[in-house]
Design a protein around this ligand. Structure first.
Ligand SMILES: *Cc1c(COP(=O)(O)O)cnc(C)c1O
Length: 483
C-alpha cells in the first residue's frame, strides 16, 4: 500500500520541478520590480475561490496547480515586491523558500523528543540571544510571530510574579503592567488572553520622539503600589510599529531592576537593528531584558511565519508552561528522550520545523550580511524622508530613527487632509504602483512606508512618491483616479 503518495510520485516530481522553476522566475521578476505592487482579486476569481465546493472526488495536482497560478498567485498581498512598503512585511528570500520546502518535505514535529531538528532550534535560539546581547544560556522558542512571543513573555512574567498558584487558581486581579502609548496592539491583547484584562496594562504617554516617558512610568508604578496593586512587568518597545521609535531601553532596564519588575522588550522588527554596527547603540539595554519578542519573518527576511521569544532565566519559561516537573525527566534514551522539550516552553504541542529556515538564513547571509541589509533599508528610508522634505506638497510627520517614514500630502486650505491622504493611499494601491499603509501619528492620519523588504531600493521610494504626486494632481484636477 503506497498510501496517498501512490503511483503519482513520478508525475508529482515533474510538477515539483515546474513549481520550483516558476517560483524562481517569479522571484527574479519581482527583484526587477516587474508587475504591480498589488492588484485586487477580480470578482469572478473571488467567487470561484469562495464557492469552491468540498471536493469529494480526487483531482489531478497539475490541474490544481494551473488553478493556483491563475487564481491565487497573482492576487497575493505581494510583500515580496520591492514597492510593497505597507505595515511591517518581510520580503523573504530564495534561500528561505528552499529551506521551508525542505522542512515541509521532512515534516518533522518539533514539539519534542530526541532528534536533530530540535537541536537546530536550540542553536537558533542561542544565536538569537547572542545577536541581541542576551546571555547565551537564555531560553526561548520559535513561534508564529511576535504576537504569540509577547504573550508567552507576559505569561512567563505573570507566573514569576504570582507564583505557581496562578496556574491553578487563575489570576490575581491586582497584577498590573506598563507599556508606552506606541506599544503594539498585541501587547494589550496578551493581557486580555492572559486573563489580566486590557485595563491592567497601563498606557504610559510618550515624548515628542514617540518614546515611553520613564518619569511618568515611575509615577504610575508608585501610584499603583500605593493603591495596593502589584506591578509586575514593563514592556519596552524597540521599533514602534507606527514610527520605528525605540524606547530608552537602558533606562527602562535600570528602572525595572531597581523596582524588581520584569523587563520585557517587544522588538518585533526593531531588535534586528542590533546587527547594524551603526544602529547598535540605539539598542543599548536590549541585552538587559528579562525577555524579548521579535520576528525573523520581518527584518530578517525569513519566510512567514517565524517569530521568537527569548527568556533570560530559562527555567522561568518552563515554570509558566510545563504541565509537570516530569518534563525534566523524559526517557533517558530512545526517541522519547531529549528533555526539556519545546512543548514545555509555550502553548503549542505540535510544532513545525521553522528553525530550519531561520538556521539556513542566518548561515547563508551571516549576521554581517543581515546587518548590512538592515542598514540598506534604513538608507532607503532616509532617502525617502529627504525626498519628502524637498517636495512642497509633502510633509514629514515623524522622526525617522530606523526604516519607517510617516508623511502626508498637504494642500493649503483643504480641511479634509486626513481623508485625502487615506484616499490617495487607496488610489496608490489600486494603481499597482506601490503599497504604503496609513496610520495615525499625534492624532493625524499619515501615509506610512516601512522599508522592510531587502529588494526595495531608493528608486522604488521615488517611484512611490512620483506615483503619489501624479495621483494627487489627478484628484486636484477633479479627474477620476487611474483605473
Ligand atoms: C508586527 C509587530 C508585532 C506583531 O508581530 P506578529 O509577528 O505580526 O505577530 C508586535 N509588535 C510590533 C512592534 C510589530 O511591528
Amino acid at each position: 500500500m503506497a498510501g496517498l503518495d501512490g503511483e503519482s510520485l513520478e508525475s508529482l516530481r515533474a510538477l515539483g520541478h515546474r513549481m520550483l522553476d516558476d517560483l524562481f522566475d517569479r522571484l527574479e521578476a519581482q527583484g526587477r520590480g516587474e508587475g504591480p505592487a498589488w492588484q485586487p482579486t477580480p470578482p469572478d476569481v473571488r467567487l470561484a475561490l469562495l464557492d469552491e465546493p468540498l471536493p469529494a472526488a480526487p483531482a489531478d495536482p497539475s490541474r490544481l496547480y494551473d488553478e493556483i497560478r491563475e487564481r491565487i498567485v497573482p492576487y497575493g498581498i505581494n510583500n515580496t515586491h520591492p514597492r510593497f512598503m505597507g505595515w511591517v512585511h518581510g520580503g523573504g528570500t530564495a534561500v528561505g523558500m528552499l529551506a521551508d520546502m525542505l522542512s515541509a518535505g521532512l515534516n518533522n514535529n518539533l514539539g519534542g523528543r530526541d532528534h536533530a531538528p530540535v537541536l537546530v532550534e536550540r542553536t537558533v535560539v542561542r544565536w538569537a540571544a547572542e545577536m541581541l546581547g542576551m546571555p547565551p544560556n537564555s531560553g526561548g522558542i520559535l513561534v508564529t510571530g511576535s504576537s504569540i512571543a509577547n504573550m508567552i513573555a507576559v505569561l512567563t512574567a505573570r507566573r514569576r510574579a504570582a507564583g505557581p498558584a496562578v496556574r491553578v487558581d487563575g489570576v490575581d486581579k491586582r497584577l498590573v503592567g506598563y507599556a508606552g502609548a506606541t506599544a503594539h496592539g498585541c501587547v494589550a491583547r496578551a493581557f486580555d488572553m492572559a486573563g489580566l484584562g486590557t485595563a491592567a496594562l497601563r498606557v504610559i504617554p510618550c515624548d515628542d520622539r514617540h518614546r515611553l516617558r520613564a518619569d511618568l512610568l515611575a509615577v504610575r508604578v508608585a501610584e499603583d503600589r500605593a493603591a495596593g496593586l502589584i506591578p509586575f512587568i514593563v514592556v519596552g518597545t524597540a521599533g514602534a510599529v507606527d514610527t520605528g521609535a525605540v524606547d530608552d531601553l537602558d533606562a527602562l532596564a535600570s528602572f525595572c531592576a531597581a523596582e524588581e519588575l520584569w523587563f520585557h522588550v517587544d522588538g518585533a522588527f526593531g531588535a534586528l537593528a542590533a546587527l547594524s554596527p551603526r544602529l547598535h547603540p540605539l539598542m543599548a539595554g536590549l541585552g538587559r531584558a528579562d525577555s524579548v519578542a521579535f520576528d525573523f519573518h520581518k527584518w530578517a527576511q525569513v519566510p512567514y511565519d517565524a517569530g521568537c521569544v527569548l527568556v533570560r532565566d530559562a527555567p522561568s519559561q518552563a515554570a509558566a508552561f510545563a504541565q509537570s516537573l516530569a518534563y525534566l525527566s523524559r526517557a533517558d534514551r530512545g526517541a522519547a528522550a531529549g528533555a526539556p522539550w519545546p512543548c514545555d516552553l509555550g502553548p503549542d504541542l505540535s510544532r513545525g520545523f521553522r528553525a530550519l529556515k531561520v538556521w539556513m538564513t542566518l548561515r547563508s547571509f551571516g549576521t554581517d550580511g543581515l546587518g548590512r541589509m538592515v542598514d540598506g533599508c534604513c538608507a532607503v528610508a532616509s532617502h525617502l524622508a529627504a525626498r519628502v522634505e524637498r517636495e512642497p506638497m509633502l510633509e514629514l510627520m515623524a522622526p525617522v530613527p530606523l526604516n519607517i517614514v510617516c508623511f502626508r500630502v498637504t494642500v493649503p486650505g483643504r480641511p479634509d487632509l486626513d481623508d485625502l491622504n487615506e484616499e490617495l493611499v487607496k488610489d496608490l494601491h489600486e494603481s499597482g504602483i506601490a503599497v504604503p499603509s496609513t496610520t495615525t501619528v499625534g492624532g493625524t492620519r499619515v501615509i506610512r512606508a516601512a522599508i522592510v523588504n531587502h529588494r526595495t531600493g531608493p528608486e522604488d521610494a521615488d517611484a512611490m512618491i512620483d506615483g503619489l504626486l501624479a495621483l494627487l494632481d489627478r484628484r486636484l484636477a477633479g479627474a477620476r483616479p487611474l483605473p
